[in-house]
Write a protein that binds this ligand. Structure first.
Ligand code: ADP
Length: 232
């Protein structure tokens, strides 16, 4: 897996959401994407997965420009958007079969993923009947069903209770052993628990891109480091 983001700029009207972003990723690792609300995290994630039009700069995934090789690149990426959009009226297994069909993935793989994300007891329920934690697992399941090389997760533990957070983190940690994961989060504990590298965005600019230990640097905690880097 390789991802190269080159001079990526994204503007909404006269507002610059991403300002000349450059990122290079080639390792199998879990990367924490940090930044205050409105920093540009979701815009960056949506740009990588091809959900937003690239207007300035380029994103090269596995050596291919994502605009020129859109379908091919999308086949190798998984995305869990913010707020985990699902079809509440569908049954879990029905929904995953629908997604599997889109990706032309075998029925056996559905069972494998159901097992991996720990939703076996819930697989026959309607999505609307699931707890938020289980819904999140279904969201994760759809993102990894086609065994992507790169997994992008926008605030995957947002709104979960402490037990659900630990459970989802365990699933992400397991996935991160084999795949590259980029996840956005506001929880510094999550960064310490999961990530090896941190990319900090502030007002559309990359302020830091370093191993977690370096990011923490001279500060007492990641929270303190974050506050200092983003203090304007
Ligand atoms: P984050 O995910 O870090 O909270 P976003 O990427 O969602 O930040 O937003 C970055 C900036 O771009 C914000 O100021 C936001 O209001 C703006 N923005 C995001 N999406 C749109 C859009 N579709 N139209 C207009 N402005 C947008």
């Amino acid at each position: 897996m390789s991802l190269d983001i080159q001079n990526l700029t994204k503007k909404f009207g006269n507002q610059t959401a991403l300002n000349n972003i450059n990122i290079s990723i080639s390792d199998t690792e879990i990367i924490g994407l940090l930044g205050p609300n409105g920093a540009g995290k979701s815009t960056l994630m949506k740009s990588i997965v091809g959900a937003l039009k690239i207007e300035e700069g380029a994103i090269i995934f596995n050596g291919k420009n994502i605009v020129e090789h859109e379908i091919e690149c999308k086949r190798r990426m998984g995305f869990l958007p913010e707020n985990n959009p699902l079809y509440p009226e569908m049954y879990v297994k029905e929904y995953l079969a629908f997604v599997a069909d889109i990706h032309q993935v075998s029925k056996e793989r559905i069972d494998e993923v159901i097992e991996l994300v720990g939703i076996t007891p819930e697989k026959s329920k309607k999505i609307s009947q699931l707890s938020k934690g289980y819904k999140q697992r279904v969201g994760l399941a759809q993102a990894i069903l086609h065994a992507p090389d790169l997994l992008i997760l926008d605030e995957p533990t947002n709104g979960l209770d402490p037990n659900q957070i630990l459970e989802i983190r365990n699933v992400i940690r397991q996935i991160g052993q084999e795949k590259t994961v980029i996840l956005s989060t506001h929880i510094m504990q999550e960064v310490e628990a999961l990530c090896s590298r941190v990319i900090l965005i502030h007002e559309g600019n990359i302020i830091q891109d370093s191993p977690v230990r370096e990011f923490k640097g001279k500060y007492e905690s990641l929270e303190e480091a974050f506050a200092n880097y983003t203090h304007s």
